[in-house]
Structure formats: C-alpha cells, structure tokens
Write a protein that binds this ligand. Structure first.
Ligand code: SF4
Length: 476
C-alpha cells in the first residue's frame, strides 16, 4: 500500500505533515512521489492563501478522476476555513482537523467515518457551536474591538485532542534539521490573517514534552532545531504556573544544550513583537546553543497601518526591541516579514516603512504584496492599492534589503564561521549550508559525508544573500 502527501502553506503545515507521515506509515503505507501509484492521498491544506486553495481544487479533481481506474482514499486536513471545509466535504473522502490526526487509523479502517470537524454536511455556526460545546469544545463569539464582529464561531480544540497529535513521533524529512511544534493556534487576530479561524485559539504544548523532544533530537544528531508556533513567545501564557514561560523554556534548552556535548542550534519562529521581552533575549545571550538569529515580523513601519492590521504594537515598540537585540545579541542576524500595499496604505505610510527598513537594516525580509485572504477581517475592505504600485513598493524594499545584506555579508569576509552543511550545491563540487544566522553559503568540497554536520568555513567571497568560503577543519 502506498501513500502520497501534498503539503501546502507554512512551516507549521510541513511539521504537521511529518506527524501525518508517521501515522500512515505505522499503518503499513509506504511513501510514493507518484500520485497514480498511491492508494491513499492526503493534502495538508492552507486556507490562508487563495493560491493554495486553488491548488487543492486542481489536485482533488485529478485524484477523483483516478478513482475511475482504481481504489483510492483521499483526505484533507490542515488550516481550513469553515467555508472551504464545506466544499471539501463534497470532494474528499475524509476531512478532519489536524488535532484529530491520532484518529486517522480508525477513520481509514472505517472509511467515511465522520469527525467532529466534518460531521455537519452543512456549516451552521450556531449549530456547530452548540454541538461542539456538548463535545467539550470551547466556542467563542468574535467581536468587539477586533473588528471582526458578526463572524461566526471559532473552535478551541480540547486539550486531549491536540495533545494526542503532539504525542505522535514524526518522521522528520531531514536528518539534520527538525521542527518542533510548541503551540497550536493564535489569539492575535491580525486583520490580514485567517490563522485564528483555521487553527483556533492558542494552546501550549506541555513543556516537558517539548524538552523531551529536543533531547531526543539532539541525541539523534540533529543540528538545527526550530521551535514552531504562530506566536512562540506567548508560549505558556494560556497555562500560567502550569507550563514554563517561553524564556524559561529557552533557559532549560540552553542549560541542556550547553552541557550535553553536542553542537546544535536552537531557533524559534515566529515571535510577535507585542510579547517580545528582554528576558528572552537575555537567555539567548547566555547559551551557545541558542542561535543568534531573530525573525521578528513587523509587517509595516507606519503606526496607523499597524492599528489597521490589529498588530497591537507601535513602530516605537518595534524600534525598542531592535535596540535591545543589538545591545544583548550584537552578532545576531535579524529577519522580518513585511506586507506592502495593505488595504488603505498611502504613499506616506509606505514611506514610513522605507524609513524603518533603512534604519533597522534587516539581514533578510520576506516581503509580500498584500492580497486579501478569504476569511480574514481585511477581506471585507477594499484592496485599493493598484497592483503596479504594490509591485513598485516591493521592488523598492527589496533593493534596500539587497544593499543591507551585501553590506552585512561583506563584513564577514576573511572570518571563520560555523556552517551547517545542508546539501550539495548546484555548482559542481560544492556543498551548501547555512551559518548560525541563516545566511546561505557554499564551499568547495565533494565530501557528502559532511552533510548534516557543522563545519568551520573561512569566508572568501561575499554577495547579497550569499557567501562563499573554504573548509577549515574537520566537523565535530
Ligand atoms: S500573529 Fe497575526 S499574522 Fe501571526 S498567525 Fe496570529 S493572526 Fe496571523
């Protein structure tokens, strides 16, 4: 029996897929890259982006055609909005929430078993809320200052369901890099984002389980471990006194990492500026294994736009955090996310983002042209910045970023840096890797046994977003 799995969307979905793979392989399925060979096909969907949803439709239509010639079971899970779920129910054999994953073997055995997520043929918010409440789900009304009044209900998965999902030992796709989910859901309700409606409210995973997973991965030789969550630095706030706070969790990992004798880097993504306190930065400064790299989404450099995005922090707050990063972690690289052309963004507001970019000098920025996300609050507002202006704004920020990256990388010339070797480079006879600050680099070597190791490399050439170097010594 073979299975085929398609993953759309963010790193969180990719991490979820690693657990799904573990569950279906436990049932005896073997992975195939060829859809036509599969007996079970699943897709981890993402309602957050329209392009991803369009891909789900094109895929399922093809897979349903395959059913004319063979026996095939299809499922869909992931970040799914109620409106998409209603449509998927008619197209897929199984449609369930990620937290229901531990029940997948039972669902497959009794194909067609309704799940709490999919048991209603039609989505009725009020009916769903009552039924889910009876089943132990917590439902809340959206409303008030969040500018999402009138939307239906959203679900909080009962603790036991998501805990069962976290308990699955994933089949990691890489032998050196791994992702550990530390929470599920989001309470922030940024107006451009649908995640709180697809994943539900924040639930923190037990600290001891996270620490055990870190210890296990380090013991297995993983060199890059990333704690994953929609708001990693609000970790533990839903369970005060019961679970560690985020800084405390990092402290425990730091103590273990620096004492265990293995070389690895611990990352986290994504923190929210609103919850970013100095204590997190101070802990990172204390331990070698806590990577000196921070990815802190800012989204805009304009206060009015940040309010419209419901980010709940100001540009001044963000600057204060950047100052603290520079002071406490002087070698850290700083990454961000920015949206250009958000609904209502004026030239003057965009100019404020340019000013912030110039001031902060990010090492990397993931710059996106705004497009309304179905299900997000801003989807009801005009998408009123012309596409050509969005494109121009994106190019302007990309050029600023390129200049800063080139400048920062040039400072590394001649230095020796540890590099995690991630694979063979496109250039023949070269291996590629990442520095601790997640800057891409390559060096001449045909020794593929180095892949997955941290080696020391002297930087001999630099460019924007890339480094080239020479291997200095043997790996640990
Ligand atoms: S913090 Fe904002 S952007 Fe991030 S997942 Fe939550 S709502 Fe979405």
């Amino acid at each position: 029996m073979k299975y085929h799995l398609v993953t759309l969307g963010c790193q969180m979905n990719k991490s979820d897929s690693e657990r799904i793979a573990a569950v279906v392989e436990e049932l005896g399925y073997v992975l195939t890259d060829v859809e036509e060979e599969a007996d079970l096909i699943g897709i981890v969907a993402c309602s957050v982006r329209q392009a991803a949803i369009d891909r789900v439709y094109s895929k399922i239509h093809k897979w349903n055609q395959l059913k004319h010639t063979k026996s095939l079971l299809t499922f869909v899970t992931g970040c799914i909005l109620p409106a998409d779920r209603e449509k998927f129910l008619k197209l897929f054999d199984l449609c369930f929430q990620i937290s229901e994953m531990p029940e997948l073997p039972a669902m497959i055995r009794q194909y067609g078993v309704p799940t709490p997520f999919s048991s209603n043929g039609r989505f009725d918010p009020a009916e769903d809320a009552a039924r889910l409440a009876a089943e132990g789900f917590e439902s809340i009304e959206f409303g008030g200052h969040k500018a999402i009044a009138g939307r239906p209900v959203m679900m909080k998965q009962p603790e036991t369901r998501i805990a069962g999902f976290w308990d699955i030992t994933p089949h990691y796709q890489s032998r050196s890099e791994a992702y550990i989910p530390i929470q599920n859901g989001c309470d922030k309700f940024c107006t451009f984002c649908a995640v709180p409606y697809t994943r539900g409210r924040e639930i923190s995973r037990p600290s001891e389980d996270i620490l055990a997973e870190v210890r296990r991965l380090v013991g297995q030789g993983y060199r890059s471990i990333t704690l994953l969550g929609q708001n990693v630095n609000s970790y533990g706030r839903d369970k005060p006194g019961k679970e560690l706070r985020f800084a405390e969790l990092l402290e425990e990992i730091g103590k273990f990492g620096d004492a265990c004798g293995e070389r690895f880097w611990l990352y986290f993504t994504s923190p929210h500026p609103r919850d970013m306190q100095d204590d997190v930065l101070e802990v990172i400064a204390r331990y070698d294994c806590l990577a000196k790299q921070i990815h802190l989404p800012v989204q805009s450099g304009d206060n009015k736009l940040l309010i419209r995005m419901n980010r709940n922090h100001s540009v001044q707050d963000y600057r204060r955090i950047v100052d603290a990063i520079r002071r406490l972690l002087p070698t850290a690289t700083l990454f961000t996310d920015i949206i250009v052309g958000f609904s209502g963004e004026t030239d003057a507001q965009f100019a404020n983002t340019v000013t912030l970019m110039e001031e902060v000098e990010f090492d990397m920025a993931f710059i996106a042209r705004y497009s309304p996300r179905p299900g997000a609050a801003s989807a009801r507002w005009d998408d009123d910045v012309r596409p050509d202006i969005k494109k121009e704004r994106m190019h302007r920020l990309s050029e600023i970023l390129r200049v800063h990256s080139e400048k920062h990388n040039a400072r590394m010339l001649g230095g020796v840096y540890p590099v995690l070797v991630t694979g063979q480079d496109r250039k023949d006879g070269y291996l590629s890797g990442l520095t601790e600050g997640k800057i891409n680099m390559r060096f001449a070597s045909a020794d593929t046994s180095l892949i997955g190791q941290i080696v020391d490399v002297e930087i001999t050439r630099t460019a924007a977003f890339a480094l080239e170097g020479q291997l200095r010594e043997n790996p640990l």
